[in-house]
Design a protein around this ligand. Structure first.
Ligand code: 2M8
Length: 452
């Protein structure tokens, strides 16, 4: 279904993206996030592809200006037009150009990553384009995406496990999820060695209880310091890094992204060697996820590499297998039951049957604090996309309806209280708008989403 400006929700979503567009990049949010974030840009591309394909292509092209020579697509590309005090840590704090020649010379970026949803976005661009234009788009983006995935499967997987190691909670995209509590709590911040700083997020979100704590912020900044002192060369300081986790959600998204990359490679007439390589990455990823499955618990879990222990917390990451897809019939049932159980959409007291970022029954559940309970519209979108891809249309349709109702009632917030439906964080968040645009184009996604 093409974008319909007569639909008020769609028109409002498109207007939010236009308002957040600086002409060069689309800010993740009007003031809390005034730069280009990596996975936000990919989600934005997915939604914008319905409204203005060329602008969506340009968004992805802009993001890739920030790609490092080692293939890494950084978490943030800084907007040169905003005041350096608008967001912290700013480009000066990351200082990537001072410490590594891998970073681009003229574009300022941070020095870590975010989840790899970019190939999925480029695949969406191709699916929304006429055949010749689709081939052009595939040819433009194939090699940079292949190098990005190669980076993740080499520098971030020295064990050859098929699972990606994240070295900072920000890399997971779910900054202060309780998944990271124990690993983070272990980090001792040497007070005399952490350069002073002022948080900026609290000037935009009036209630500090919706954001991470100061103690966690110190740890976030300390890991940045360690990475900077090691010139952001994760491979060479791997064993010394204070935070090292095999992230199943990230790794499942990489499997999904590699499947999209196969499609892009085919359209781009890539070499057979490339196709074989990507196929091998997919198999490796699936093996890694299978090994993260704890039969006795019935769960797919992250592993803290420093202790060697599995991280057993009831968060949205338990649903990672559905992102990778191709589940056995048994596993498919396990995931469907989990989705409908009281851990997720069947939890008592939910305003809508939408999955809380941390289960309402978990001891760490907090309905208003960042990634510790609220519902995230962009995660609803991702889950909808995954269920559709698996051919589970009943679940997907129910989810779509609830996700759209939520936004229609609450607004285009960054996250919502799962119990009251109250909008939290920033309003007019770009990826929330993008999710709405794609949710409103059902026939497009449903038809094109059989398992690869
Ligand atoms: C949040 O993260 C940034 C750091 O990357 C922050 O808290 O300042 C997360 O929700 C992340 O997933 C998201 O990409 C970013 C921008 O929307 O905000």
């Amino acid at each position: 279904m093409p974008y319909d400006p007569a639909n008020p929700l769609a028109a409002r979503a498109a207007e939010i993206l236009r308002a957040n567009d600086t002409g060069a990049l689309i800010k993740a949010a009007p003031s809390l996030y005034p730069h280009q974030w990596s996975w936000d840009a990919a989600f934005i591309t997915v939604g914008l592809a319905h409204v203005d394909l060329d602008r969506a292509v340009a968004e992805m092209r802009h993001l890739l200006r920030g790609q490092w020579r080692n293939g890494m697509i950084p978490q943030i590309q800084f907007n040169p037009d905003v005041d350096k005090y608008a967001y912290f840590p700013d480009a000066g704090r990351w200082a990537v150009q001072l410490v590594t020649t891998d970073a681009p010379r003229t574009v300022h970026t941070s020095g870590i990553v975010q989840p790899p949803v970019h190939a999925m976005a480029v695949r969406q661009l191709c699916e929304n384009a006429e055949p010749e234009r689709a081939r052009e788009i595939a040819r433009e983006f194939f090699a940079p995406l292949r190098e990005w995935h190669r980076y993740l499967l080499s520098a971030r997987d020295p064990e050859n496990s098929g699972l990606v190691t994240i070295v900072h909670p920000w890399e997971s995209g779910m900054d202060n999820s309780p998944r990271w509590d124990a690993a983070l709590a272990r980090i001792e911040v040497p007070a005399d060695d952490l350069p002073p700083y002022t948080r900026r997020d609290l000037t935009h979100v009036s209630d500090p209880s919706q954001r991470p704590t100061d103690a966690d912020y110190d740890r976030y900044l300390w890991i940045v310091e360690v990475l900077k002192r090691g010139s952001y060369r994760v491979e060479s300081m791997y064993e010394r890094l204070p935070f090292r986790v095999k992230d199943v959600f990230f790794s499942a998204l990489l499997v999904n992204a590699n499947e999209s990359l196969i499609r892009i490679a085919t359209l781009a007439d890539a070499d057979l060697d490339d196709l074989d390589l990507i196929e091998e990455w997919i198999q490796r990823g699936r093996r890694g996820l299978a090994e993260s499955w704890h039969e006795e618990l019935g769960r797919c879990l992250d592993t803290d590499l420093i202790t060697g222990e599995a991280i057993n917390v009831d968060t949205i990451a338990l649903l990672s297998p559905i992102l990778a897809g191709q589940l056995s019939p048994t596993m498919r049932d396990v995931m469907k039951n989990l989705w409908r159980s009281t851990i997720f959409t069947g939890a008592p007291g939910l305003r809508w049957p939408l999955p809380p970022s941390t289960s309402t029954g978990a001891q760490q559940f907090n309905p208003t604090r960042y990634w510790r309970g609220p519902v995230w519209p962009v995660i609803n979108w991702l889950m909808w996309y995954a269920w559709n891809r698996m051919g589970e249309f009943a679940i997907a349709d129910e989810l779509r309806q609830a996700a759209l109702d939520q936004i229609e009632t609450t607004g285009f917030y960054e996250y919502m209280n799962p119990l009251t439906g109250e909008g939290l964080g920033t309003d007019r968040q770009s990826w929330t708008a993008a999710a709405v645009l794609d949710l409103l184009s059902v026939d497009n996604v449903t038809e094109g989403s059989q398992e690869p």
